[in-house]
Design a protein around this ligand. Structure first.
Ligand code: ZN
Length: 625
């Protein structure tokens, strides 16, 4: 199986069974009698506690059917009210909970308590548990359906020194809420020392615009202090934990006031000087931000979905096979299937040009940029249609693969699916063709090496068309195994990818082309996958597997003549995951290439994503030992 990192991967599920309704009713009765359940007005202004000991705007206990409805919606009745209170009111580091109560509003539940050390009240804690509502049709206000389950840390305050208490408590809660099927932790990281620690604990900034501003401020700071930091290094930070860990090798001063608040500029109110690593000092001295942490998933594997609306800005003429509709249809299907709540949605970033120049010639990229800026209708060849947004979208597609690689190597996810466009596998060092401009998987392979120090990368390309661009880029490289399954070049674009092409020079033997005759289907595809692809990857022992995941080998696809179905994609995905588990800690970054009939493309991509998540676990035959 995959690596066991992350809260969701280890132990058993303690709340597997649904409790009988009578049990929950009985618990409600007990707690109402003990005065531990109330109703509450849902008004965030009055729900906030002012000072200690003052209660919420509590109201009469709601009718039992409302309590039961909220309980079912939040917990699926997998825990009883008394049990839940027991799990929440834990003693850690000598801190316990007193006066723990549950407050019910129409659609959410609050947990409120005093924090106690010995007999002394030293703080309070309020959690807000609710279920988001997802709009079924994105642009209409209704209908909606239940979305992610969220724990919001409404407030925690402590008057006593508490090193590590909050972290330990919330780690406990993370485990608990994971087992109860919750998806997100939210908090406002407004505490003086909290911002850095929450970031280190994996809380990310909820608002991407706010995150970009934080990143800009970090770059301003590095620039002002004249630190040896390159702008690209800052630009590729995508998560608050990246900021917290940023450039530990550089120390800068921060100044602290009596209450423990830090500032990055010395003044009379902040007399005490400390030296901290750059990212830590920056976060300690930065303004509050709203954070969230993914505590999902109840899927066996955590899968990141790299997505950006900016990929829609690569405009192609109506009737062009490779249009934005592909991605909007996929996005709608992901919502419709209820997958969004279990995917770790990851934003791509514009890469520094050095990352792209590792693969493409600067003059070629510049010509592409100019063509888009000039308003040209296509670049290099007629099938490479472009619009004003195409250059940036192409860079962002490569940056999307980099963000997927970051997610996997940082441990935020086990694997990733990058829903990028334009596709990339036909693009060569200085050549656009076949709807491709920047070779996304190739940029990703180079980036994984430079950023994470790995050597052996396998690129498996199961798009129906030969990945000629990728082959050209790596055919002399013994550290990159390129494997392509495609329709035979005598019958299909781009007319390359014959068996005899096995690599060149030092790279001889690390290119494997497996052409399939027209009308080959699941049986033939799965057969060559098992007989040739699996043993080749097995022998190579990659440290990362990149997939050029095109879905145009589907029998409904208009621009190739293979006859596969979703079954082949599920089978191959399972095989790749098994190989990755054996050799590279489960690290698979799947990158969208082709797939042009929207319905079959979407069905195939959804089956692939579900399999990456571990939802599909029935191999069609013995998947690679
Ligand atoms: Zn293709």
């Amino acid at each position: 199986m995959a690596s066991t990192q992350g809260p969701g991967r280890s132990g058993e599920t303690r709340f597997a069974a649904v409790l009988p309704r009578e049990r929950i009713e009985r618990d409600f009765g007990t707690l109402i009698a003990e005065k531990r359940i109330y109703g509450a007005e849902r008004n965030p202004d009055v729900l906030k506690k002012s000072g200690s000991g003052e209660s919420f705007l509590a109201t009469a206990v709601p009718p039992l059917r409302r309590l039961l409805a909220v309980w079912d919606r939040l917990f699926g009745n997998r825990v009883s009210p008394v049990e839940l209170l027991g799990h929440l009111a834990v003693e850690i580091h000598g801190f316990g909970h007193r006066e723990a109560i549950l407050l019910f509003t129409r659609d959410r539940l609050l947990y409120d308590c005093q924090i106690l050390q010995g007999n002394d009240a030293v703080g309070h804690l309020t959690l807000d548990l609710y279920r988001e509502r997802d709009r079924v049709v994105p642009f209409l206000p209704f209908p909606t359906r239940p979305g992610r389950r969220v724990v919001y840390i409404e407030g925690i305050s402590l008057t006593r020194q508490s090193t590590g208490y909050a972290s330990a408590l919330f780690r406990r809660y993370e485990r608990l809420f994971h087992d109860l099927g919750f998806h997100l932790f939210r908090l406002k990281a407004s505490l003086s020392v909290g911002k850095y620690y929450w970031a280190k604990e994996g809380f990310d900034c909820s608002d991407r615009e706010q995150f970009r501003k934080i990143r800009d401020r970090l770059w301003d700071l590095a620039w002002r202090l004249d630190l040896p930091v390159a702008e690209q290094e800052v630009r590729r930070l995508t998560h608050m934990s990246d900021v917290a860990a940023f450039r530990r090798d550089i120390q800068i001063p921060a100044w602290r006031d009596r209450e423990g608040y830090y500032t990055l500029e010395r003044d009379d109110a902040h007399p005490e000087e400390f030296l901290f690593p750059l990212g830590k000092a920056f976060l300690l001295g930065s303004p509050p931000w709203d954070g969230h942490k993914v505590i999902y998933t109840d899927t066996p594997r955590r899968t990141a979905l790299v997505w950006s609306d900016k990929y829609l800005a690569h405009g192609t003429p109506a009737g062009h096979a490779e249009g934005p509709k592909r991605l909007t249809a996929l996005r709608d299907a992901i919502r419709r299937e209820g997958l969004l709540e279990s995917l770790i949605v990851t934003e791509p970033y514009l890469p520094g040009m050095e990352a792209i120049h590792a693969i493409h010639e600067p003059a070629y990229l510049e010509a592409f940029r100019e063509a888009a800026a000039r308003g040209d209708r296509y670049f290099a060849t007629r099938d490479c249609a472009i619009g004003a947004g195409s250059y940036e979208a192409a860079l962002l597609a490569a940056g999307g693969v980099m963000a997927g690689i970051d997610a996997v190597f940082s441990g935020r996810s086990d694997n990733a699916f990058c829903a990028v466009r334009p596709p990339g596998h036909h693009a060569g060092r200085a050549q656009a063709m076949g709807f491709c401009f920047v070779n996304n998987v190739a940029v990703g392979a180079a980036y994984a090496r430079s950023a994470y120090g790995i050597a052996r990368v396998c690129i498996l390309d199961w798009d129906a068309h030969h990945g000629n661009g990728t082959q050209d880029l790596f055919e002399q490289d013994p550290e990159t195994l390129f494997v392509s399954l495609h329709e035979h070049p005598s019958f299909c674009y781009p007319g390359t990818g014959r068996r005899m092409d096995r690599g060149k020079g030092a790279g001889t033997g690390t290119t494997l082309n497996v052409p399939l005759l027209p009308h080959a289907g699941d049986r033939e595809m799965i057969d060559v996958f098992e007989r040739e692809v699996v043993p080749a990857i097995e022998a190579f022992r990659p440290e990362l597997i990149l997939l050029s995941a095109g879905f145009d080998a589907h029998h409904d696809d208009p621009i190739a003549d293979l006859e596969c179905t979703e079954k082949a994609y599920v089978h191959m995905t399972l095989g790749v995951l098994a190989l990755a588990d054996r050799h590279c800690g489960g690290r698979v970054v799947s990158v969208l290439e082709g797939g042009y009939r929207v319905e079959s493309f979407v069905a195939s991509a959804i089956a692939h994503i579900k399999t990456l998540q571990g939802r599909e676990d029935t191999p069609c035959s013995s998947a690679g030992g």
